[in-house]
Ligand binder design. Structure first.
Ligand code: TYM
Length: 334
């Protein structure tokens, strides 16, 4: 708790522009929850290093993701938006917690398996210990709740296990966080292959809709979305393409599957795809506009980052000191 509010923590990797999976799976929920909780949102730039990045590109992406948080509606006066690497406590706690995490646990992580298959030429230790750093992000702020898409659920479970293990030895040091997974948009699939998660690294760029895509591009991508040869708009496991579009439309409008089925009863896929494209474009348009304004206001964004880094550091340091003391590291002599 901070004051009378529970704490919410989440982050995104600093990897280029965000797509609608990031938006509907995470960011939109963040905005909806931001009044209720004391919120911390990092740009996970240290996590991004597990894959080789162009340095200038990474610096730009990191700032863009932070601006995207604000553009999507997170008021930086109330929500602590900051760069993970600017708060050294993350990396410091990660070392300690590495010593409380078993290799077997890390080897079981699906994302590690997927990413090592994808980057077989660079299976570095960071790729394996990635979930420990993620756990430390969360635990440093004593977070009660962590809104994420479904793909991060396993990492959240590991976070809870590590925290419980530590607490069992040293007393109640960490709050045990609960995942918050939205009811819609928790797993946005590729438009080209609805059995695969929508992902920035997809070679087919028509399969990914970016938050900064313009309206025509968004509509074109939805029009090309892979569906089946049937014509009915119904939510059914054997229609993964339509299910995905209904999920996206539901996340964009707040409508239930039944409402969507009724709305498009008797209409064809063409009408439905156009409606999804137009609706998504309308949701994203104000975000794009605000993002462009922020890109021109360097002084404002810099001041937000400075203030929020101080705030994040204050809370993170508090937990780190506590942990250092518990495990027996010497007090810092200043
Ligand atoms: P990342 O950067 O891959 O994704 C950021 C958020 O977007 C969600 N997401 C999706 N949701 C629905 N459909 C999709 N296709 C989709 N793709 C991504 C993710 O679930 C996530 O919520 N390790 C994390 C970043 C991180 C973090 C943390 C998250 C670092 N530290 C602490 C929570 C708490 C990651 O790589 O997310």
């Amino acid at each position: 708790m901070i004051g009378d509010k529970k704490v919410l923590y989440s982050a995104m990797q600093a990897t280029g522009v965000l797509h609608i999976g990031n938006y509907f799976g995470a960011l939109q929920n963040w905005v909806n929850l931001s009044e209720e909780y004391e919120c911390f949102y990092a740009v996970a730039d240290l996590h991004a290093l597990t894959i080789r990045r162009d340095p200038a590109e990474l610096r730009k992406s990191t700032r863009n993701v932070l601006m995207m948080y604000i553009a999507a509606g997170l008021d930086p006066e109330k929500n602590c938006v900051y760069y993970q690497s600017s708060v050294p406590a993350h990396a410091e706690l990660a070392w300690i917690m590495n010593c409380f995490t078993y290799l077997g646990e890390l080897n079981r992580m699906t994302q590690f398996k997927d990413k090592s298959a994808k980057h077989s030429d660079n299976i570095n230790a960071g790729l394996l210990t990635y979930p420990v750093l993620m756990a430390c992000d969360i635990l440093l702020y004593q977070a009660d709740v962590v809104p994420v898409g479904l793909d991060q659920k396993q990492h959240l479970e590991l976070t809870r296990d590590i925290a419980e293990r530590f607490n069992a030895i040293y007393g109640d040091v960490f709050t045990i966080p609960e995942p918050y997974i939205g009811t819609t948009g928790a797993r946005v699939m590729s438009l080209a292959d609805p059995t695969k998660k929508m992902s920035k690294s997809d070679e087919n760029q028509n399969s990914v809709v970016y938050v900064l895509d313009d309206k025509d591009t968004i509509i074109r991508k939805f029009k090309r979305a892979i569906t089946d040869s049937d014509t009915r708009i119904i939510y059914s496991e054997d229609k993964p393409g339509i299910m995905n579009l209904m999920d996206i439309y539901g996340a964009a409008t707040g409508k239930t599957n039944e409402e969507i089925e009724r709305e498009f009863d008797g209409k064809g896929y063409g009408d439905f795809k156009l409606a999804v494209g137009e609706t998504v474009a309308d949701v994203l348009a104000p975000i794009k506009e605000r993002f462009e304004q922020l890109s021109k206001d360097k002084a404002y964004v810099d001041s937000v980052i400075k203030n929020n880094t101080e705030k994040a550091s204050y809370f993170a340091e508090k937990t780190l000191r506590k942990v250092q003391k518990k495990v027996g590291l010497p007090e810092r002599i200043r």
